[in-house]
Write a protein that binds this ligand. Sequence first.
Ligand SMILES: *[C@@H]1O[C@H](CO)[C@@H](O)[C@H](O)[C@H]1NC(C)=O
Ligand SMILES: *[C@@H]1O[C@H](CO)[C@@H](O)[C@H](O)[C@H]1NC(C)=O
Ligand SMILES: *[C@@H]1O[C@H](CO)[C@@H](O)[C@H](O)[C@H]1NC(C)=O
Ligand SMILES: *[C@@H]1O[C@H](CO)[C@@H](O)[C@H](O)[C@H]1NC(C)=O
Ligand SMILES: *[C@@H]1O[C@H](CO)[C@@H](O)[C@H](O)[C@H]1NC(C)=O
Ligand SMILES: *[C@@H]1O[C@H](CO)[C@@H](O)[C@H](O)[C@H]1NC(C)=O
Ligand SMILES: *[C@@H]1O[C@H](CO)[C@@H](O)[C@H](O)[C@H]1NC(C)=O
Ligand SMILES: *[C@@H]1O[C@H](CO)[C@@H](O)[C@H](O)[C@H]1NC(C)=O
Ligand SMILES: *[C@@H]1O[C@H](CO)[C@@H](O)[C@H](O)[C@H]1NC(C)=O
Ligand SMILES: *[C@@H]1O[C@H](CO)[C@@H](O)[C@H](O)[C@H]1NC(C)=O
Length: 500
Amino acid sequence: MAHCRSGGGFGLRCLLSSLLLVSAFASTATAGFSVHHSPITGEVVKFFGERPSTDNSTVKSNSTTTARYLPPPSKDAWYVPPAGWESAKPGAVLRTRAHAYPTLNIRNAIDTFQVLYRTTDSRNNASWSVGTVFIPKSHANCVLNTTSPAYNASACAHGLVTYEVPSDSADPDAAPSYLLQMREPYGEMRDMLARGWFVLVPDYEGPGASFCAGVQAGHATLDATRAVLSLAGPQLGLRMDRIKVGLWGYSGGAFAAEFAAELAEFYAPELKIDASVIGGSSPNLTTVDERMNAKDTAGLVVTSILGITVQQPSAREFLLNQLHPTGPYNKTAFMNATTMTGADALDAYSGQNVFDYFVNGREDWTNHAMQDVINEDAVMGLHGVPRMPSFYYKAANDEMSPVNETAEIVESFCKQGANILFHRNTLGGHNDELWSGRLRALDYLSMMLDGVEVTGSNLTIPATGCATVDVTIPLDPLYLLPDWWWTEGPGAGLGLAGAG
Ligand SMILES: *[C@@H]1O[C@H](CO)[C@@H](O)[C@H](O)[C@H]1NC(C)=O
Ligand SMILES: *[C@@H]1O[C@H](CO)[C@@H](O)[C@H](O)[C@H]1NC(C)=O
Ligand SMILES: *[C@@H]1O[C@H](CO)[C@@H](O)[C@H](O)[C@H]1NC(C)=O
Ligand SMILES: *[C@@H]1O[C@H](CO)[C@@H](O)[C@H](O)[C@H]1NC(C)=O
Ligand SMILES: *[C@@H]1O[C@H](CO)[C@@H](O)[C@H](O)[C@H]1NC(C)=O
Ligand SMILES: *[C@@H]1O[C@H](CO)[C@@H](O)[C@H](O)[C@H]1NC(C)=O
Ligand SMILES: *[C@@H]1O[C@H](CO)[C@@H](O)[C@H](O)[C@H]1NC(C)=O
Ligand SMILES: *[C@@H]1O[C@H](CO)[C@@H](O)[C@H](O)[C@H]1NC(C)=O
Ligand SMILES: *[C@@H]1O[C@H](CO)[C@@H](O)[C@H](O)[C@H]1NC(C)=O
Ligand SMILES: *[C@@H]1O[C@H](CO)[C@@H](O)[C@H](O)[C@H]1NC(C)=O
């Protein structure tokens, strides 16, 4: 296995990898976008989008019961911004919530902190959103107060990664700030926390759940980062004298990360971002929707059409008028996705031809009313150039988005002075690359945030300009295990902190 040569403590990992490889797991590894089976129970495991358990109470020793989970955003008054919020500056902190989660199901985190902040939507109207900060275990002894006898700055983190969970939903009650109470999708947060970084997860879709609205997502990401950095020293103990900031997202998450990276130079010129990592990016929503339609990924076509039209009332009106009122593919069934997580939408619309919902079929999809909003808000490379060093990774055979669309954008950015390392993996498709690319993504962040030297992964960053490297990285099946496997499941206590 590719990762067996990596540093110490991986003996058991390699053994497990080999065992899993020969188990039934291997045969399910190529299943659809969200469909994975637990090798232990054979049950379908939903990787993203699980709502907090309805079993919401724990009995404490003194017989009082305490809620385990915060209520969903629509039922949580904390999400209502205070009066006058519109006039605050983008990135301004509107409200904070320390020790936010009553229950922490994410490994290597010791606490959470939430911030409600001012941001700007795709039409440049004032908006707000919520960011959730996960504090690493390694930060436990941090005392930044120089006059305290316990002063120990060496225990304080200096790295912050703004991490975009692929939320893929058009339901405001499926915001990451709420769903992450249950578990994280891929264990990437666990691995970043193991490396001692604060992990900030913005609700980048904003209050309307605008999935695939790129400008909205970019703004919300940059403003979450601004808001948290403004609290970092005094409230969170992050070392601002050595602060390094990274951005990372894959697939739906890359959508937000990429827009943030390209919008930063104009929208947040004062914000210093040290690195961005863009995995499995889908530069053009029209292309990716065409490829996802009529497959097990069709649900994301529905949520993306809903998400993108949140930002444009005229496009939403057009959509509502063009949906069949009755029949098997009708308006009610389409709009139903506004109450689904991304995973639920994948289940509900799997295999459907989404154009069947429209009265004029495909023609309504190609209508300028739909295409204009996509071209304005969901095509990368048109809003600025990433000015921070960037690592792009994508499967050469990505079936959802052609690798050349990303290559073209990288090339265009490079001509405009960007500094990009672009890995094209000759093995695997879109879902595989999420798992096989993460170790390189983490190592790139270690180089950029911590100055750690990494060798043997083709991660040599060009001093200036760009480099495109064709790599051959096989899938590590261990990574297909969801985070709960390591926390609540059979992997708990195996001592593989930050496995990978
Ligand atoms: C029960 O325990 C919780 C903490 O576990 C504490 O906050 C609460 O005050 C206790 N209630 C009573 C009635 O002792
Ligand atoms: C958990 O219980 C609290 C208090 O009863 C409630 O406000 C909240 O909505 C519940 N959360 C969920 C996820 O059911
Ligand atoms: C948002 O912006 C658009 C165009 O800039 C404007 O027409 C609209 O009235 C604004 N909406 C709100 C709620 O401010
Ligand atoms: C810093 O530590 C000193 C000594 O323990 C204490 O008096 C002071 O209140 C602390 N300052 C802050 C801001 O916590
Ligand atoms: C400071 O923190 C580091 C890292 O957590 C720890 O190894 C060290 O023992 C601490 N020093 C003191 C004096 O507490
Ligand atoms: C996005 O891709 C579609 C084809 O998939 C193309 O028609 C459209 O022009 C592209 N948009 C932009 C802004 O390049
Ligand atoms: C809309 O579609 C759903 C799912 O196919 C179906 O159950 C429902 O009866 C349809 N409603 C109408 C009014 O046709
Ligand atoms: C809406 O979705 C729920 C499950 O998510 C399903 O039970 C119901 O039949 C759907 N309604 C329509 C009209 O499709
Ligand atoms: C992608 O671009 C390369 C050149 O950069 C070209 O040789 C190849 O044919 C293109 N592939 C597709 C599918 O367009
Ligand atoms: C590193 O890059 C070189 C040149 O593209 C390639 O031949 C080699 O296979 C790559 N190594 C890995 C591990 O992918």
